[in-house]
Design a protein around this ligand. Structure first.
Ligand code: FES
Length: 131
């Protein structure tokens, strides 16, 4: 399987200011895709072509969008819902930096936020193609 990096900004973005995420993959890859507020982090990672599994498409039932976010960013994150906490409890090794990327809406204060996509949520990759 081959992945293409697509610097995508969803057309329905609710404001014009481009933000960035600092996405790190469990295999050592690091990418700083553009982002737009009002979209879920998982959608933004996917829109950029990064290999996050996210098998349920954001319904909070699969836990395959597991990311870790360093504690320095936690004060600007919305707290996890009971539903998200229940799914996080099912992930071996999840800790208090673990979140589900499909449950976090991008906001302006998250500009530059570090997101570490965990090994259990990475699609297998064979190669990358810069787009
Ligand atoms: S995409 Fe399935 S729980 Fe997030």
């Amino acid at each position: 399987m081959q992945y293409r990096l697509i610097p995508a900004v969803p057309a329905e973005a609710d404001d014009d200011r481009l933000l960035r995420l600092d996405v790190r993959l469990a295999d050592g890859g690091r990418f700083q895709p553009e982002a737009a507020s009002g979209f879920h982090i998982m959608e933004l990672i996917r829109a950029y072509g990064l290999p996050i599994r996210a098998e349920c498409g954001g319904a909070c039932v699969c836990s395959t969008c597991h990311v870790r976010i360093p504690k320095v960013w936690h004060s600007i994150l919305p707290p996890p819902s009971d539903e998200e906490l229940a799914k996080l409890d099912e992930i071996p090794g999840a800790d208090d930096t673990s979140r589900l990327a499909c449950q976090i809406l991008m906001t302006e204060p998250m500009d530059g936020m570090e997101i570490e996509v965990q090994p259990d949520s990475l699609l297998p990759q064979t190669s990358w193609v810069a787009g």
